[in-house]
Design a protein around this ligand. Structure first.
Ligand SMILES: [Zn+2]
Length: 493
């Protein structure tokens, strides 16, 4: 999670030698994935299908991660296994009612689809919905103009037996071009969207339900709208982050209309799971020509779009995102050590930092004595997820202490959401690029915020009996809110 600047050591990271996190985590995480796809070649405007794909699909959750830019070796994602689950913090007050799912007060007009869906496997209607979304929203994104639907024969669900695939720039696509991937491209023959229908999409459906393929399709048609809006002259990570944001805007449009699969808040949890499963390998650089973003960055972009719509996504540029991206390249020390700081060492370094940060929120801050039972729980999470699992768990405890000192409730789901916001705010100054705020000894390192999301997933999973569908999305949103907007956004009063 963090590294001690100026000294030869660092903590964390997901690419630690202990390998994949195993356990029930995954079923929650499961949903989000696919929109990782494709990278833009700024010269041709092609969203390259194969960029970032593992050359050899690895066995396990990450194997078919079309967005991961590094091959198999990386990305130890949580995968089911025999490793015993770590104990996880419980939300203290199960008698509290679950988080309310607030129905929209005014449902938009039902959409009337008169268009013939493309011959795109079982996803033809999803394509029609995405294009209907763009028919309504293109001008808000691009500033003017209208979305031009793709020719039906340029929307291609590819299966292994296809022998008559369309051409791009006079070169006929082959099945291997699309294996385990999806992409959008500008071709002389017309803009094109294609995906691996009988491997990638089947797998995504099994892991994330219809949300998985739907989000990938939304991400790719986000690229199509970028083509048509002429906004490709940006770093790849900006283009990819914007496509994730646009996919989030589509999810909200579906949610508002209660259209399957977004008629159920569980789809949003699935979206978080699948998004983080498609993250770039920790240690990747956001400046990498294939960068899509860390898991946290990708979820943040999706949630930006979900909450604020295509107009907000249109503001994405290098300047805006440079203050947001947590995709941090490994330092030389990270590479040498695997990035993990020992548990006790981490506690000793992070404890005084949180003491300082939270102490600024409360007059006469008494400090926090860490309970031995907590330490045992955190040690297990630390070893399975990485050192920022400990960082997140500690931040939640400090947040609870701040609540108590301020006379606020520290139990139940509402309090937990606030603690998560406070944790996000506490991590924020650890982006080393924020001058004047970064403590002189600590900074986030690659994968840390992904570990925070994974840890939240574990906590949510372990408390599922008292939580409503959609809670994972909500709690990650709180982490993002605190991280983006600071303590004042967390409602301490
Ligand atoms: Zn993409």
């Amino acid at each position: 999670m963090m590294e001690l600047l100026g000294t030869p050591r660092s903590f964390i990271c997901m690419s630690t030698p202990q390998g994949p996190i195993r356990g029930r985590l995954v079923s929650l995480l499961v949903v989000t994935a696919v929109f990782a796809v494709g990278c833009v070649n700024p010269e041709s405007g092609v969203i390259d299908a194969t960029a970032g794909l593992p050359e050899t699909p690895a066995v396990g959750v990450e194997a078919d991660n079309p967005g991961a830019q590094t091959p198999a070796e990386a990305n130890p994602l949580p995968a089911p296994s025999n490793v015993p689950d770590a104990p996880v913090p419980s939300l203290d007050d199960p008698s509290m009612p679950p988080v309310e799912e607030t129905p929209a007060l005014d449902f938009p007009e039902p959409i009337l689809i008169t268009e013939e869906p493309p011959d795109a496997g079982v996803w033809g209607e999803t394509v029609v919905l995405v294009e209907a979304f763009w028919g309504e929203n293109f001008a808000a994104f691009a500033g003017s103009g209208a979305y031009r639907p793709l020719d039906r024969d340029r929307i291609v669900a590819v299966d292994d037996n296809d022998s008559d695939l369309p051409a791009c720039d006079r070169s006929r696509l082959s099945v291997s071009d699309i294996e385990q991937n999806a992409f959008a491209a500008v071709c002389r023959e017309g803009q094109l969207v294609a995906w691996d229908d009988d491997d990638l999409f089947v797998d995504l459906f099994e892991r994330f339900g219809a949300t998985g393929p739907a989000i990938v399709i939304a991400h790719e048609f986000g690229h199509v709208s970028q083509f048509q809006a002429g906004v490709l002259n940006q770093a790849t990570v900006v283009i990819e982050q914007q496509a994730d944001c646009l996919a989030g805007a589509f999810a909200r449009w579906m949610d508002d209309r209660q259209i399957v699969p977004f008629d159920n808040a569980a789809a949003l949890d699935a979206a978080v799971g699948s998004t983080i499963s498609f993250r770039d390998r920790p240690g990747s650089s956001a400046a990498d020509p294939n960068a899509h973003g860390s898991g946290f960055d990708r979820v943040r972009a999706f949630q930006d779009g979900f909450e604020s719509g295509v107009e907000f996504c249109a503001f994405y540029d290098v300047g805006f995102l440079s203050g947001q991206l947590t995709e941090i390249t490994f330092t030389e020390n990270d590479r040498q050590t695997g990035g993990n700081l020992a548990f006790v060492e981490l506690i000793d370094l992070v404890n005084p930092y949180f003491d300082d940060v939270f102490g600024r929120l409360v007059d006469d801050w008494p400090g926090l004595v860490l309970a031995p039972a907590d330490l045992d729980e955190w040690r297990a999470l630390h070893s399975q997820i990485g050192d920022n699992a400990t960082g997140l768990a500690m931040a939640l405890e400090f947040g609870a202490e701040a609540q108590r000192q301020l006379g606020l409730s520290d139990g139940g789901v509402g309090a937990f959401l606030q603690q998560t916001c406070l944790a996000g705010a506490a991590f924020r100054p650890l982006i080393s690029t924020i001058d004047g705020l970064t403590p002189d000894s600590l900074s986030l390192s690659a994968g840390d915020m992904d570990e925070a999301v994974l840890t939240l997933s574990r906590i949510v999973e372990s408390n599922q009996d008292v939580l409503a569908d959609g809670f994972l999305f909500e709690v990650v949103d709180e982490l993002r809110t605190g991280f983006t907007d600071g303590f004042e956004a967390c409602g301490l009063g």
